[in-house]
Design a protein around this ligand. Structure first.
Ligand code: ROI
Length: 167
């Protein structure tokens, strides 16, 4: 019997937190993602401080974007990220667009366009989210996003207001 290796796919993940020491949440999430079997970290952006999108009566966020190579299927990747979110105290019953200790989004998975009840990839909100586009552009300036065009063009149409890069 031959055991074939799963193909390696480059994927991009968005990380966000606005509760319980957001900087520490993101650092710890990065380590947990990089330590997951079937995932290799390729790049990690700067950390960004951002004003909340959605309800304003919540703390400011810290955001970042991570590039990985993965042998996991997109649904296995989603499940691994949800396990990490839950391990960071993420509660899924709260208000839509409310505060969260850790949010891990699959922004892009190879060149695939996926439309399932539990998962849309590329992530549908990216064009309006400076806290995704700026860190993402930092680590993948040449990237073309399936169905959405060049990352540079999305960036050019998105305001930097409310976003600050942390050193
Ligand atoms: N706002 C910011 N600035 N950063 C986020 O990661 C973030 N995530 C969310 C909502 C509530 C939409 N707002 C956000 O899920």
């Amino acid at each position: 019997m031959t055991i074939s290796k799963s193909p390696v796919v480059t994927a991009y993940l968005g990380l966000g937190s606005n509760l319980a020491s957001p900087l520490e949440q993101l650092k710890s999430a990065r380590a947990a993602i990089a330590a997951t079997v079937g995932i290799k970290e390729r790049a990690f952006s700067s950390l960004y401080h951002s004003l909340p999108m959605g309800p304003q009566d919540q703390p400011d966020y810290v955001n970042a974007v991570m590039a990985i190579d993965t042998e996991l299927s997109v649904l296995d990747l989603l499940q691994s990220l949800q396990v990490i979110e839950n391990a960071h105290g993420r509660c899924r019953a709260g208000e839509r667009w409310g505060a969260r200790t850790l949010d891990l989004d699959i922004l892009m998975y190879g060149d695939q366009q996926i439309d399932l009840p539990m998962l849309t990839v590329p992530h549908p909100g990216i064009a309006e989210r400076s806290f995704v586009l700026y860190p993402w552009h930092e680590i993948a300036p040449e990237l073309s996003i399936p169905g959405k065009g060049q990352l540079t063009d999305l960036l050019a149409n998105c305001s930097l207001a409310g976003l600050k890069r942390l050193d």
